[in-house]
Design a protein around this ligand. Structure first.
Ligand code: AMP
Ligand code: GLY
Length: 423
């Protein structure tokens, strides 16, 4: 069968890698991919927001299954368009994607279905947002508060402000950082405290299957300092959540989310990515993403033993309850290598050396994110996050050790990475 993966980052390379392992897949296409993906898939020059062109491509090339990597295409309704044309696709509908694409929609949904999350209020202008804070909501002048732009903002739309003055400054800056439309709806939230866990699951509308819990390191600098990024590294670890915690998340969050969405007419068939805060009073939802994470996917899919095509089939045909999903025991880690200047302004065109040597190490897989080829055919940097060096092992320590050993083999001008992933 022929599979099309939509996207161009490390997440999509990991998806192509998983499809390549499937005995059912004969040809992989990736729109629009990167140099590493180009080694295992045929690259197609269509961007994720060009959903009509993607549907045309799938029709003309008789693609049997399309898998959508990122939120842009989902929020634009790629799944609705494909399904309208009778094309098989894995991903959530436009309405379900709204749980990620609009924070106020997600918060109101959680309120309607009594899903634990931070207390919030939606403001419809910067003036109103500031008035709400000055009226003393979310604590006084010295209380921390979280400011969120309503729409998709590639990680730039959230500011955890330590006091009211910082929150007001963040509100006034939103238009500059995310764009003017970001000030038309602003969500203000109670600041939660605790440990963050990302829990990603497959859902077929009614049934679900959990993936190993992961943790992401979002800041560029060690010790969680410096600017926010798309993610500098992840680990998977079943010990992040106790059996009791998992059971509570299922009952209080996952089941009401699936039931609520179905009841409101947008059953969730695809992926739910729960950003959770483990507070003193239990797990609370920080955010919903309706797709795989990047770089969470890299560390998750290297542990997937079941054929990804079988899982996609089960989700699309709503038989996930009859499909056992097997994960490699132990742990995994993914260390992101980023280019010079990332995340402010990434320098590109630097030659990358050592990939071949690093790939020879046991249990190491290298996923490309921002890579291209120069005139000599060598890999060069072409984006902010360049590579995801991923390793599996029986323990977290060993998987980190293997991943960092592989990192040690790779170099390019100005290469940045965090030495404290998983710590
Ligand atoms: P989001 O995109 O909504 O997940 O927010 C990005 C990051 O901001 C999260 O990963 C958290 O670290 C932080 N964050 C978001 N909401 C809250 C909250 N209510 N309290 C504390 N931290 C938060
Ligand atoms: N790594 C965070 C995300 O994909 O949203």
């Amino acid at each position: 069968m022929k599979v099309l993966v939509v996207g161009s980052g490390g997440r999509e390379h990991a998806l192509c890698f998983a499809f390549q392992k499937s005995g059912k897949v004969t040809q992989i296409y990736c729109a629009n991919g990167n140099a590493g993906i180009g080694k295992i898939a045929e690259l197609v020059a269509i961007k994720p927001h060009e959903i009509l062109k993607l549907a045309d491509f799938a029709e003309q090339n008789r693609i049997d299954l399309t898998f959508v990597g990122g939120e842009t295409s989902l929020a634009l309704g790629i799944v609705d368009e494909f399904e309208r044309r009778g094309l098989r696709i894995f991903g959530v509908s436009r309405r379900a994607a709204g749980l990620e694409a609009s924070k106020s929609f997600a918060k109101d949904f959680m309120a309607r279905h009594k899903i634990p999350t931070a207390a919030y209020k939606t403001a419809y202008s910067t003036v109103e947002a500031i008035e709400i804070l000055e009226a003393g909501e979310f604590g006084g002048e010295n209380a921390p508060v979280v400011v969120k732009a309503d729409g998709l903002a590639a990680g730039k739309g959230v500011v955890v402000a330590k006091d009211r003055a910082e929150a007001i400054a963040a509100i006034n800056e939103l238009a500059n950082v995310v764009g003017k439309e970001a000030t038309e709806k602003i969500v203000l939230e109670e600041c939660l405290f605790g440990r963050e866990v990302s829990l990603i699951l497959f859902a077929d509308g009614k049934n679900f299957a959990l993936m190993p819990p992961t943790r992401d390191h979002k800041r560029i600098g060690e010790g969680d300092t410096g600017a926010n990024t798309g993610g500098m590294g992840t680990i998977t670890d079943e010990n992040f959540l106790s059996g009791e915690q998992t059971a509570a998340i299922i009952e209080e969050i996952i089941k009401p989310t699936l039931k609520g969405a179905e009841g409101e007419g947008f059953p969730i068939r695809g992926i739910i990515f729960l950003g959770l805060m483990m507070t003193a009073t239990g797990a609370k939802v920080l955010e919903y993403n309706m797709r795989f994470g990047d770089p969470e996917t890299q560390s998750i899919l290297v542990r997937l033993e079941t054929d990804l095509v079988e899982i996609c089939d089960a989700v699309i045909s709503q038989t996930l309850d009859k499909t056992g999903i097997k994960w490699k025991k132990g742990n995994s880690a993914c260390i992101v290598l980023a280019s010079k200047g990332y995340p402010a302004k990434a320098q590109t065109g630097d030659v990358i050396s050592g990939i071949g040597e690093a790939e020879k190490l046991e249990s190491v897989t290298i996923f490309h994110a921002g890579t291209g080829n120069d005139a000599n055919g060598d890999f060069v940097t072409s984006g902010g996050r360049v590579l995801g060096i991923t390793a599996t092992a029986d323990s977290l320590e060993e998987s980190l050790k293997r991943a960092y050993e592989a990192v040690g083999k790779i170099s390019f001008e100005g290469m940045q990475y965090r030495r404290d992933i998983g710590k």
